[in-house]
Design a protein around this ligand. Structure first.
Ligand code: MCN
Length: 795
């Protein structure tokens, strides 16, 4: 079935209420911490209080002897057990042809700790309190070493001895580049105007509502492990843990990720605690639970962003983009987290063409180790960094060329598709002008001048900020990603099991942790089979039930996971047609299937789906010589390209000059997500993304002390999360250019809001303050920072 026929089916485009919400809203959700296994014990991790230190000794005698303690495990035990460190899933090759530096990432520190929170020992006791008390008794003798927390210090060598890993004596992990440097430099040499911008993409801490949590369990009779874990991709977790770390066959480990309370990327990764719990469950022969407290989450969940960049755009005299040049320093933290190396390269630099026809682009990225928590994918992963840089640069180009923010974008929009960018990606389809037109209407740009005058009459400043983002979802295809360094496949798997009564269970390798898959995936299946949505159950998050999967990240689930289910449905339909043809004594080719009924073309003979299902399992009148009984099909789908959601966001702010307070007065967002399965869920996804993006622009900032390497923003007292009263009533719109290469026509929507919004906010603040001489501002635009910028611009 083609994407355009699919989009016309009943249920597609219906704002069905989320089925999963009934259990979430009535307290019936089953999160990992809700699970209590027999004779369960509790783990507490002893963590480094120093950013960088050598372990002179770790004395566990007193802890081991404490009441209730079952075991205390250290790096020496890990080494003795032959357990490897955590792997990195993406190999980046430096411009000089050398592989990136891949230092060991031990699951418990052996001789050195490299960031505050690095795990040194695991204490397991009968109760949580006993484990906490015993953890206090572990005596670690640290020899404190100099620490670096930012790329300038890591690269500068200003702190003698601040070498995070011996194998990278200059703290450099890799230098990577894309584009034709000579061609770009030549264009710059003859350009009518060059706009330059230095900017920082502030480091963020994910803060999912549910902290990380896991339970390790071991069945002695079967020699099998089970790990319950708040994770976004249980099969990947199992694959990494068995094949790379513990050396076990996959069949001996089951990973269950039940209800998960948000991940935003931070639960994609294999973390050290998960391995420790699984291994220790056998070693200590007990079920062991660990639940991170909020402080631990701040310290040890993989952080996001943290780029320092210099960007330049060469233009002709009319503001047409001729070439772009970018250098970015990326902070990777103390160790290479699972997909860390791909974020500032493949997921960032390839997006820097944006929505524009810039013919030549060159980007160079230097990645650095520092004594901070590892940095990895966080909602958007690379694409927010690209969008922030490009859309800030484009608005600055507009101001320097005396063009409006809209006009410069319109002059440079890509208008014909497919479009091959100079940075590897090929966009299949889009309509950027339509998004801009609708966004300007929703934002009532025509009425802005009057609103600005009204604000000024009150002594306030008002500004309008534009951001026309593009992003790439559903990383693909596997063979090309493999050639670019991916150490994993990028397909998805779906199994459709039709039961004898015609109800259906779908097993998907995607994982839902807030995105509403149990509703939208059921809509897809019900629409295709012409059966009630209530007759479809979606199962996810269990390697013991789902055949295989790559999980949820990069807003891939409906476009890749949904497409795998569509492929399985194709097989179901093909087999069911054969059964129907046999029952109605017709040829297979004459059977049509629509609205839940099989018909013989040109006749009034028909049979409902449920009857075919029953026949498949009660094969009395059945072509057993040609067809197996049963109706259960599995498919793997490997996309041929990314999907490219795009849109224009317009933010309107009011700034109080006396206090520096920025109030977001209006926010209009128009997105093109292709075919939309459930507009209500999509709207919710955009709302959440916008809250996170506006949070980054105005409030959130992860700060480490430059000397000691201590995390200064280690709690909600110091790390400001956006709240409802920080946000306006969003005005949303959509444009639909269906994705050309998946059977649903969908593009991902889960990250767009977080990607497109930060530059819209900062551009709006700069627009408000432009006439005062404020030309630059870093995120978060806190009152203090804004006030300082205003003050510095005063003559
Ligand atoms: N959808 C739709 N029509 C479309 C596109 C999507 O109806 N054209 C629906 C999908 O069927 C799905 C939801 O919208 O129910 C999101 O789909 P998709 O864009 O495919 O994204 P994923 O399901 O793969 O979710 C991943 C994405 C990412 S990468 C992050 S980070 C993120 C996000 O989703 N983390 C979230 N949204 C989140 N929402 C919550 N509540 N919690 C998180 O941790």
């Amino acid at each position: 079935m083609g994407a355009s026929d699919f989009s016309k089916l009943p249920h597609i485009g219906e704002p069905l209420l989320r089925r999963e919400d009934e259990r979430f809203l009535t307290g019936a959700g089953q999160y990992t911490d809700d699970i209590t296994l027999g004779a369960q014990t509790y783990a507490v991790f002893v963590r480094s209080p120093h950013a960088h230190a050598r372990l002179r000794s770790v004395n566990i005698d007193a802890a081991k002897a404490a009441e209730g303690v079952i075991g205390v495990l250290t790096g020496a035990d890990v080494a003795a057990a032959g357990i490897n460190g955590l792997p990195c899933g993406w190999l980046i090759t430096s411009t000089n042809g050398e592989p990136m530096k891949e230092p060991p990432h031990p699951i418990l520190a052996l001789d050195t700790v490299r960031y505050v929170g690095d795990q040194v020992a695991m204490v397991v006791a009968e109760t949580l309190q006993q484990a906490r008390d015993a953890a206090e008794l572990v005596e670690v003798d640290y020899e404190v070493l100099p620490a670096v927390v930012n790329v300038a210090d890591a690269a500068g060598g200003k702190k003698p001895g601040a070498v995070v890993h011996d194998i990278a004596p200059d703290n450099h992990c890799y230098k990577w580049a894309i584009g034709d440097k000579a061609a770009v430099d030549a264009v710059f040499a003859g350009a009518a105007h060059v706009t330059r911008l230095d900017l920082v993409n502030n480091r963020l801490i994910p803060n999912a509502m549910e902290p990380r949590v896991a339970i390790g369990s071991y069945n002695r009779a079967m020699d099998e492990y089970t790990l319950y874990v708040a994770n976004q991709n249980p099969h990947v977790e199992r694959l990494l843990m068995t094949a790379f770390v513990m050396g076990l066959p996959e069949s001996k480990v089951r990973v269950i990720a039940p209800d998960v309370g948000g991940g935003f990327g931070s639960k994609i990764f294999l973390y050290a605690e998960d391995v420790c719990l699984t291994w220790a469950a056998k070693k200590l022969n007990r079920n062991i639970k660990w639940t991170a407290d909020r402080s631990e989450s701040f310290l040890t969940d993989a952080h996001g962003r943290d780029h320092v960049s210099h960007a330049e755009m060469a233009m002709d005299a009319d503001g047409k983009f001729l070439a772009m040049r970018v250098h970015t320093d990326a902070n990777l933290g103390a160790y290479l987290s699972t997909f860390a190396s791909a974020v500032p390269t493949i997921l960032y630099a390839t997006l820097l063409a944006g929505q524009y026809t810039t013919p030549q682009i060159h980007i160079e990225v230097d990645a650095w180790f520092t004594n901070t928590s590892p940095v990895d994918a966080y909602r958007g992963a690379g694409r927010p960094e690209a969008t922030y840089l490009l859309e800030r640069l484009v608005s600055r180009c507009a101001w320097e060329m005396n063009l409006s923010q809209a006009e410069i974008r319109r002059r440079n929009f890509i208008t014909s598709f497919p479009y091959q960018t100079p940075v590897a990606l090929q966009y299949d389809i889009g309509d950027y002008k339509a998004c801009m037109d609708q966004a300007e209407q929703l934002a009532d740009v025509a009425g802005f001048a009057a609103r600005r005058a009204a604000s000024e009459a009150k002594g306030l400043r008002r500004g309008l900020g534009y951001s026309s983002y593009i992003e790439a979802c559903g990383l693909a295809p596997s063979n090309i990603a493999g050639a670019l360094g991916a150490r994993a496949g990028l397909f998805e798997c779906g199994e459709v099991r039709v039961h004898p009564t015609g109800s259906v269970t779908v097993f998907t390798g995607s994982h839902s942790h807030g995105q509403g898959h149990e509703t939208t995936f059921a809509q897809v299946v019900a629409a295709r089979l012409g059966i009630p949505v209530e007759h479809v159950e979606i199962v996810h998050g269990d390697t013991g039930r789902v055949p295989f999967g790559m999980g949820t990240y990069g807003s891939r689930s409906i476009s890749v996971g949904g497409a795998a289910i569509m492929k399985a449905l194709d097989k179901i339909e093909a087999k069911a047609k054969k059964i129907a043809a046999h029952l109605m004594e017709a040829s297979d080719a004459d059977i049509d299937f629509a609205g839940g009924e099989f018909t013989v073309r040109g006749t009034d003979r028909k049979l409902p789906f449920a009857q075919i299902a029953l026949t498949a399992y009660v094969p009395h009148n059945y072509p057993l010589d040609k067809l197996e009984p049963g109706l259960d099909e599995t498919a793997f789908y490997d996309p041929t390209n990314f999907t490219f959601p795009a849109g224009t966001y317009i933010c309107e702010v009011e700034v109080d000059l006396a206090t520096g307070v920025v109030r977001v007065d209006r926010f209009s967002a128009v997105d093109d997500f292709g075919t939309i399965i459930n507009p209500m869920i999509v709207e919710g996804q955009v709302h959440g993304g916008l809250a996170q993006g506006i949070g980054q622009a105005l409030l959130e900032n992860c700060v480490y002390d430059r000397d000691s390497g201590q995390l200064l923003t280690g709690s909600f007292m110091d790390y400001a999360m956006p709240r409802a009263d920080d946000l306006p009533d969003f005005k949303l719109g959509t444009v639909c250019t269906p994705c050309t290469h998946n059977p649903l026509g969908t593009k991902g929507c889960g990250e767009a809001g977080a990607i497109g919004s930060p530059p819209a906010v900062i551009n709006a603040v700069l627009d408000a303050l432009h006439s005062l001489g404020v030309k630059d501002l870093d995120m978060p635009a806190s009152p203090h920072r804004v006030w300082e910028a205003i003050d510095a611009a005063r003559p």
